[in-house]
Design a protein around this ligand. Structure first.
Ligand code: DAH
Length: 335
C-alpha cells in the first residue's frame, strides 16, 4: 500500500506537467504495481487489486482534467503577428507530430524518377510565365479558339500562371539546339503546378500538377514515343498494360493523339475500361522552327498529362478535391 501511495504521487505530478498525460498509463511504475499482484498471498490479492483499480480511476480523472486544461489553452487563438516567443508556450501545448511529404509530391517524384532513369533530364516548370511561352511558341495563333480550351488566368500585368507544362517546351528546345547540332538528342521532362480558371468538382481543380516530356533527334518516331510511354506506365503501375491511341487536336503537335490505358483488373478494371491518360504527338515543325531547330533535319515527340489522374487510379481515390483539401485524415493514409 505504501508503494501504491508513492506511485500515486509520482503519476499525479507527471500528469500535471505533461502535454500527453495519457502516456502515464504506460509508465513503468504502474506496470510494476501490477506485477506485484502475482507475488502476494491469495488472501491479500483482492484488497491490493481494488487499491490499484481505485488508483487507476483517480489517474484517469487527473488525465481528463489535464486534457481539458490543454484543450482550453490551445483554443486561445495564435497571434500570428506576435513575436515567436509570445506564442511558444501555446505551441508547446499543441499536439504536434512530424510531417510527411504530400502524397502528390511523393508520386510526382516517382514519376520524374522513372523518366530520369530512362535518360530524361528533369526541369521544374515555372509558376508564372508569359503569352509567348504559354501560347505563341506552341503554334497557337493569336485569337485562335484553341486558346480558350485552357481557361487561362492572367495577372493585371498580363503574365500567366501557366495552364500546362508545355509552357516549358520552347525553353527546353532552344537550350537543346546546340546539343542536337553536335550530334546529340534533346530528352527532357518538365513537371510542376499548373492553373486553370475552372469550376471545381470531383474531376476538376483550379490547381493541379502535370508532367511533360520532349524528345528530339534526327530519327524520333511515333513508334519510339509509344514505346517510351508504355514503358513509363508499366513502370509506374508495376505491371503489363494494354494501351491505345486516338487522334486529337493540339496546335503544337502533328499528328496529335490521346493516349489511353486499360484499367488493370487489380485496380478494379474490366476489359474495355479505357482511361485517357495524356495528350501526345510529333512536335509540329513550327514549334521546332520557333526554337531555332531545323525541322527538315530534326523531328521530335512530346507528351503531357495530369499527375493526379495517375495517382487516383493507383490508389482508387474517387475525388480529386481531396489532394488540395488539407484534410489530415486523407493525408495520413499515405504515411
Ligand atoms: N498541354 C496539353 C494539355 O494540358 C497536353 C499535351 C498534349 C502536351 C499534347 C503535349 C502534347 O506535350 O504533345 O492539355
Amino acid at each position: 500500500m505504501q508503494d501504491i501511495n508513492s506511485v500515486r504521487q509520482i503519476l499525479i505530478d507527471k500528469i500535471a506537467t505533461s502535454n500527453s498525460p495519457a502516456d502515464v498509463l504506460k509508465s513503468p511504475e504502474l506496470k510494476k504495481l501490477y506485477s506485484v499482484i502475482g507475488t502476494l498471498p491469495a488472501n491479500e490479492r483482492g484488497a491490493y487489486g481494488k487499491s490499484i483499480n481505485d488508483l487507476k480511476v483517480e489517474i484517469q480523472s487527473a488525465i481528463d482534467s489535464r486534457m481539458d486544461e490543454i484543450d482550453n489553452a490551445a483554443v486561445e487563438p495564435l497571434d500570428v503577428t506576435a513575436p515567436f516567443d509570445i506564442n511558444s508556450s501555446l505551441i508547446e501545448l499543441m499536439d504536434t507530430e512530424n510531417g510527411t511529404k504530400h502524397p502528390l509530391i511523393r508520386e510526382l517524384e516517382n514519376v520524374v524518377d522513372i523518366f530520369v532513369r530512362m535518360g530524361f533530364e528533369a526541369i521544374e516548370s515555372r509558376q508564372i510565365d508569359d503569352d509567348k511561352h504559354m501560347f505563341e511558341s506552341l503554334n497557337f495563333p493569336d485569337n485562335h479558339p484553341a486558346r480558350d480550351g485552357y481557361d487561362t488566368f492572367r495577372t493585371e500585368e498580363n503574365f500567366i500562371p501557366p495552364a500546362h507544362t508545355s509552357t516549358m517546351q520552347n525553353r527546353i528546345l532552344s537550350a537543346g539546339r546546340d546539343r542536337l547540332e553536335s550530334g546529340g538528342q534533346i530528352a527532357a521532362v518538365s513537371y510542376g503546378r499548373v492553373f486553370r480558371n475552372e469550376d471545381v468538382d470531383v474531376t476538376h481543380e483550379h490547381t493541379f500538377y502535370q508532367c511533360e516530356g520532349v524528345f528530339v533527334s534526327e530519327t524520333a518516331s511515333l513508334g519510339e514515343m509509344l514505346g517510351t510511354l508504355r514503358s513509363f506506365f508499366e513502370a509506374y503501375y508495376g505491371q503489363k498494360l494494354k494501351i491505345k491511341t486516338q487522334p486529337a487536336y493540339f496546335p503544337f503537335v502533328e499528328p496529335g493523339l490521346e493516349f489511353a490505358i486499360e484499367r488493370p483488373a487489380v485496380l478494379g478494371g474490366k476489359p474495355g475500361d479505357w482511361l485517357e491518360m495524356l495528350g501526345c504527338g510529333m512536335i509540329h515543325p513550327n514549334v521546332l522552327e520557333l526554337a531555332g531547330i531545323d525541322s527538315k533535319k530534326y523531328r521530335g515527340f512530346a507528351w503531357g498529362g495530369g499527375v493526379e489522374r495517375l495517382v487516383m487510379l493507383k490508389y482508387g481515390i474517387e475525388d480529386l478535391r481531396h489532394f488540395e483539401s488539407g484534410k489530415l485524415q486523407f493525408l495520413r493514409e499515405f504515411k
